[in-house]
Design a protein around this ligand. Sequence first.
Ligand SMILES: C[S@@+](CC[C@H](N)C(=O)[O-])C[C@H]1O[C@@H](n2cnc3c(N)ncnc32)[C@H](O)[C@@H]1O
Length: 261
Amino acid sequence: MKQSPIHETVREHYAQRIIQSAACCNSDGCCDTNAALYPEQLLNAIPAEISNTSYGCGDPITLASLKPGQTVLDLGSGAGLDCILAAQKVGETGRVIGVDMTAEMIERARANASKVKLANIEFKHGYLENLPVEDNFADVIISNCVINLSPDKAQVFSEAFRVLKSGGKLAVSDIVTEGPLPAAVKESLSAWAGCVAGAVEAREYLAMLEAVGFKDISIQPIFFDPSIIDSALVEMNLTLEGVSPEMLYKAVYSAKITAYK
Ligand SMILES: C[S@@+](CC[C@H](N)C(=O)[O-])C[C@H]1O[C@@H](n2cnc3c(N)ncnc32)[C@H](O)[C@@H]1O
């Protein structure tokens, strides 16, 4: 697969984040965290150092309504939290595969899965644009704040459609926009790695899903929380001329997205 400079920027960004969180993670939850996105009871049985290491923007597990015995594929599995939650839902007769391009994330995800002693999870190193699984493999595909990071989203959706079984469900939390982003944001590679610059308009997202064959597509905003944009701006060290945080508050939001094959 031909990689773009965006892959390398994003990969390096998330490798650094997981390395830095390892340096400060403790049982009190000093970690990168978006764990507040999930209902409390979902995280109860998970050790804090795992539930607090999340880079997501929503809760694809609740959205997916997983059932025992299902095969689940997580696109951009990060440190493995959603895979662990999915593995608990599908049980011993089910199976969960996480795919991520960042070796440091895969390593942490494997360590986390062994801490909770779940044997029905596997993590594969790979790209969303060239998924390392066969056709018609998954009953459900989940993903949490990853597709916005891809430089070729149409190819990601085409791959998702290929590997999903007929009748299968896509359940995704992702960042989308209302209207176009300012050019200065679009052009910033660090804004891309922070899940802002790569986000596309919700209607464009929907059109790409439709184009590869997905049906019954729904894109619902889940919240409009300026603190997410604030932390993204701080993290990106973003001082873009002529772009105020208010402009981004209006344009960027997290959405829950479902679609069927
Ligand atoms: C914002 S983090 C989200 C991680 C995880 N889903 C979570 O909720 O914590 C994005 C993750 O997607 C991975 N990623 C980004 N673009 C990717 C691509 N094109 N192919 C595979 N993995 C990708 C990164 O390595 C990173 O681990």
